[in-house]
Design a protein around this ligand. Structure first.
Ligand code: SAM
Length: 223
């Protein structure tokens, strides 16, 4: 249950020096206003394949995975520590936290802090009564819009057609999100990772499954 993991009261309570020691050489540095902020969040990061790929693509960008399962989170922590150990100076910009993102996202991120959020192969929760447990919903998009900067991007992908339509329609209806044109998505090297970088994506690809992608940008409310 939630009582098994610490919950920061506000974003400034998170000790990011623990997550990114080489970006926070001392606790005194962490206390300064110039401390770097996390810019990418991978929600329900699973085994962390996306973070690992993004880490070397954006070596100076801090990114974090949020994962509910304890063992999976521990695995990702170990994976990152092993990568750091065998590649000195690399993989210092990625980390993971065990939390329920549907409850505690605003405890981790300030307004407009993130430039990218990822929702890769989220749990489908097929039954209608369970749709409220889906990680993309009208209500949660309000929180994601808060955490994202203007122009920031939400990337979603699933192999479940109905969930793909659901995620797209939630974002389509939300006044603070606008579809990124397909041509732009096709040229975005990050979008190319959606179906290949994660463990779930690789499983779907091995089985020759279809995927449904939706990429939306945080915009200002139109008049
Ligand atoms: N994104 C990864 C991938 O593509 O391989 C994992 C996909 S897996 C089907 C969904 C993941 O989301 C699981 O690891 C699950 O534990 C996690 N998850 C589900 N609900 C969550 C929540 N409320 N907060 C954080 N993680 C959650």
């Amino acid at each position: 249950s939630d009582s098994h993991f610490p919950i920061p009261i506000r974003p400034s309570d998170v000790d990011y020096a623990q997550h990114f020691p080489s970006f926070f050489p001392s606790t005194a540095a962490a206390a300064t206003a110039t401390a770097p902020k996390i810019r990418f969040a991978d929600i329900g990061c699973g085994f962390g394949g996306l973070l690992v790929k993004l880490s070397t693509m954006f070596p100076t960008t801090l990114m974090i995975g949020m994962e509910l399962r304890d063992k999976v989170t521990e695995y990702v922590k170990e994976r990152i520590l092993a990568l750091r150990a065998s590649n000195p100076g690399q993989y210092e910009n990625i980390s993971v936290v065990r939390t329920n993102s549907m409850k505690y996202l605003p405890n981790y991120f300030e307004k407009g802090q993130l430039s990218k959020m990822f929702f890769l192969f989220p749990d489908p929760h097929f039954k209608e009564k369970n749709h409220r447990r889906r990680v993309i919903s009208r209500h949660l998009l309000d929180e994601y819009a808060y955490a994202l900067e203007l122009g920031g991007v939400i990337y979603t992908i699933t192999d479940v057609e109905e969930l793909g339509e659901w995620m797209r329609s939630c974002m389509e209806e939300h006044p603070l999100f606008e579809a990124v044109p397909e041509e732009e998505v096709d040229e975005d090297p990050v979008a190319a990772l959606l179906c290949s970088a994660t463990e779930e994506g690789q499983k779907v690809a091995r089985n020759g499954g279809e995927t449904y992608r939706a990429v939306y940008r945080r915009v200002m409310q139109s008049e």
